[in-house]
Design a protein around this ligand. Structure first.
Ligand SMILES: Nc1nc2c(c(=O)[nH]1)N[C@H]1C(S)=C(S)[C@@H](COP(=O)(O)O)O[C@H]1N2
Ligand SMILES: [Mo]
Length: 309
């Protein structure tokens, strides 16, 4: 459905303090719906590191298409922990994003658990404009704020035996209904990258979007972005990062191995068993575009896959 059917306006909540939820203050960005109802589709958290936004934009990453409207991106999400539909924003209010810790484990010099704000302060935030291509054949283009995973890896000082990075989302059935109701699925969500992928220039650990911190539906407070891979690799709301010598299992590969592989590189010539991957639909406008190998990022990543083919 076109966005005009849903929203006529975009606005920020008046200043008098915003909304208090789960012990944290949020600023709402509302959509105005057909019937005139206003609803906070996007709730931007206020945290100890909010002052770091907006971060400087890295001009090196250009788009071949317009940016997706913030409200369009904020009400069309995949976050299976909360919903199998796209209106994830309606279901995330129980999620607590502070306090939040990230455990760094496995084959590193000093395994340790970091408070999210401590971790963010250790890194240099920047903004990049990237395309995102979901395996379901929809796409968007958004400004992410975060830091190169390469910088994080360097700081953590992995042992030479580390060959992969394994990442996990929270396990909190009390926030996330699917972790109770869809009990046969391999929760918590997990993903993995080879060390070459994790240290590629493009790979980002993301804490913000549209010049402010991530709202929960986009994977607050920390998620991955690998723009040359299908969106399901971009694991949300990370609580654990493990350096390992074994290829990690991944949520979708475990759930449906014939449909989702470990690498999941965007490739228009390899159809999904149930649909073509030749084209993609841009959310918000429904424009159809040709899908590009590696989502158009081949100049950065094709070397990684030369040997494997
Ligand atoms: N933990 C977790 N991470 C996830 C998902 C999920 O269901 N759970 N969905 C993935 C999929 S399929 C996509 S396309 C992107 C969507 O990111 P967005 O909602 O910010 O656009 O998140 C990915 N990360
Ligand atoms: Mo996706």
């Amino acid at each position: 459905m076109g966005r005009r059917r849903f929203l006529r306006d975009l606005g920020y909540m008046s200043a008098a303090g915003g909304i208090f939820l789960s012990g944290l203050e949020f600023n709402g960005i509302f959509g105005v719906f057909e019937d005139g109802r206003k609803e906070d589709v996007i709730k931007v958290p206020k945290t100890p590191t909010s002052h770091l936004y907006p971060a400087r934009r890295n001009p090196g990453f250009k788009l071949d298409r317009p940016l997706t409207d913030e409200l369009v991106a904020g009400k069309y999400n995949n976050f299976y922990e909360f919903s199998t539909g796209k209106s994830v924003w309606k279901h995330v209010d129980k999620m607590q994003i502070r306090p939040w810790t990230v455990e760094v484990a496995g084959l590193v010099a000093k395994p340790r658990t970091y408070d999210i704000d401590e971790l963010v302060r250790m890194m240099r935030l920047e903004e990049r404009l990237y395309r995102l291509r979901c395996v379901e054949a929809w796409a968007m283009a958004v400004p992410w704020t975060g830091f190169p995973m390469r910088d994080f890896v360097k700081l953590m000082n992995p042992l030479s035996s580390a060959k992969y990075i394994r990442m996990q989302t929270f396990m909190k059935p009390e926030w996330a209904p699917s972790q109770r109701l869809r009990f046969w699925q391999p929760w918590p969500y997990e993903e993995g990258l080879t060390m070459a992928e994790a240290t590629n220039e493009l790979t980002m650990l993301v804490t913000g979007i549209y010049g402010h911190e991530l709202p929960r539906q986009h994977g607050a407070p920390l998620r991955l972005i690998t723009p040359w891979k299908y969106g399901f690799k971009s694991i949300k709301s990370i609580v654990r990062i493990e350096f390992t010598d074994r290829q990690p299992a991944t949520f979708w590969n475990t759930a449906a191995p014939d449909e989702y592989d470990f690498f999941a590189n965007v490739n228009p010539n390899i159809p999904h068993p149930r649909w073509s991957q030749k084209t993609e639909k841009i959310i918000g406008t429904d424009e159809e575009r040709q899908t590009i190998l590696y989502n158009g990022y081949g100049e950065y990543v094709s070397d990684i896959y030369k040997k494997a083919g």
